[in-house]
Design a binder for this molecule. Structure first.
Ligand SMILES: NC(=O)C1=CN([C@@H]2O[C@H](COP(=O)(O)OP(=O)(O)OC[C@H]3O[C@@H](n4cnc5c(N)ncnc54)[C@H](O)[C@@H]3O)[C@@H](O)[C@H]2O)C=CC1
Ligand SMILES: Nc1nc(=O)c2c([nH]1)NC[C@@H]1CN(c3ccc(C(=O)N[C@@H](CCC(=O)O)C(=O)O)cc3)CN21
Length: 306
């Protein structure tokens, strides 16, 4: 199996997708979504209690993906784990042959559905990246040698449409410095702003995968705006409104396709997110002309080389 690391090194146009873990033990739907992505994406992300709502362990689900033939990207946040737990889980990922980790601070606990919970935030994203580097060098974060180093590929998130952009660029720089090799961006809805970010980000030698979020409903567009701070332009909201319940999914797909077309030439890959409508990801890939023609993944037609 070609790994995400190999694909990044070969300069291919990268495709990744996010699969939400179940809110329980029934993994049938998760597996069915993931199976449909085999051979169509380079790697599949598993969220870590996304939006501070309870979902099954991303470590367990990453292992399920690995056994299925995927190269998983396990997301790890600092919200629910202290430094011991983070280091312990990172070692566990390596032991399970999971090689990619997306290091996140995590949304605040008050965003989710168990608001009375205690948030940890012992380490934030940049520090988690530093811990990965340390473990890759065969040391605990204290510098003490460990029995067997990890070989993890660290990634991070970035908000390319932040306004003002400078603080986000500074945080991006810190993450690059801390060893992030690839970035999966927050959902992009304004290609001109994304381009402005890319003009700066291009100065760093890291791969940027642009986040494309399927707005599967008007309700979802409102939810991500209110809770995740993702800015969805009014014209998209109006389109979804006009489409009504029957037409909103198709409109959401068309919006995603338009965004992919506008940004694919300006980044190193696309990261697709569908928040529970993952069955639509292969549909979007196909309609965007991003599916491999032959066996395995080939360079995407029209994809940017840098
Ligand atoms: N109570 C606390 O201590 C908390 C503090 N913070 C602060 O907020 C700031 C957050 O900065 P970072 O560490 O860079 O956050 P981060 O690396 O977790 O996320 C960076 C950006 O990506 C977005 N993002 C988060 N998860 C994502 C996902 N799964 N997919 C796509 N995009 C995602 C975030 O909304 C954020 O805009 C820091 O200044 C941090 O200290 C954030 C959360 C809680
Ligand atoms: N700040 C931030 N946190 C994230 O977790 C995140 C992003 N941004 N940006 C892109 C995607 C979107 N993600 C999400 C968002 C919500 C749920 C979720 O489970 N939401 C709640 C409420 C949904 C609703 O009200 O419709 C859920 O219980 O399903 C999952 C993944 C994960 N990612």
């Amino acid at each position: 199996m070609k790994t995400l690391r190999d694909a990044l090194e070969s300069g291919e146009f990268i495709l990744t997708a996010e699969c939400l873990p179940p809110k329980g033990t029934d993994i049938a739907e998760f597996c069915s979504h993931a199976r449909r992505l085999l051979g169509k994406v380079h790697a599949v992300n598993v969220n870590d209690n996304p939006a501070a709502t309870l979902h099954a362990s991303p470590l367990a689900l990453s292992k399920v993906l690995l056994d299925m033939g995927h190269d998983p990207i396990c997301q790890i946040t600092g919200r629910d784990r202290n430094r011991l737990a983070i280091q312990s889980d990172l070692l566990g990922l390596h032991i399970l042959d999971i090689r990619n980790v997306l290091c996140l601070t995590g949304d605040d606990i008050t965003l989710g559905n168990q608001k009375e919970g205690k948030a940890v935030f012992d380490l934030e994203s940049v520090e988690i990246l530093q811990v990965v580097r340390s473990l890759n060098e065969g040391k605990e974060m204290t510098g003490k040698p460990i029995q067997g180093a990890t070989a993890l590929l660290p990634g991070a998130a970035v908000s390319p449409e932040a306004e003002p952009l400078e603080p986000a660029l500074m945080q991006f720089g810190k993450k690059v410095e801390a060893g992030a090799r690839f970035f999966q961006t927050q959902a992009v809805f304004q290609p001109d702003r994304f381009e402005r970010f890319m003009a700066q980000a291009r100065k760093s030698n890291v791969n940027i995968l642009a986040g494309v979020l399927l707005l599967r409903s008007l309700k979802m567009a409102r939810y991500v705006t209110e809770h995740l701070g993702i800015f969805v332009p009014e014209r998209f909201v109006q389109k979804l409104e006009r489409a009504g319940k029957e037409g909103e999914l198709e409109v959401g797909i068309e919006i995603a396709l338009g965004l992919i077309e506008a940004i694919r030439g300006k980044c190193d890959g696309i990261h697709l997110m569908a928040i529970g409508a993952e069955e639509q990801i292969p549909v979007i890939l196909e309609r965007a002309g991003l599916l491999p023609k032959g066996p395995g993944l080939k360079k995407a037609a029209g994809g940017a080389d840098g």
